[in-house]
Design a protein around this ligand. Sequence first.
Ligand SMILES: [Ca+2]
Length: 100
Amino acid sequence: MAIRTTSTASTTTRSVDGDMTVEEFKEWLMKFDTDRDGRISREELKRAIRSIRGRFSGWKSRRGISYADSDGSGFIDEGEMDNLVAFARKSLGLKIVVSN
Ligand SMILES: [Ca+2]
């Protein structure tokens, strides 16, 4: 359980509670690309969802992959990342804004 204080917030990892840009979201997500193949697998997405204390991470990661994986490869690659942005907005409740 996290205890939040405003004074130490800068030393912790970035909060995903507030607004983030599409670029920030992608950057954050690629931290979970643990095998460094440039794609997000279901396991990697699951860990990402779990890291923001998302409930039902297993189920949601499966939904996320099937939502975003247009070519049916089982992975989210670069070109499918925007689909995952839409999924995160809709199903994970993340506030992802388009930056100018
Ligand atoms: Ca990967």
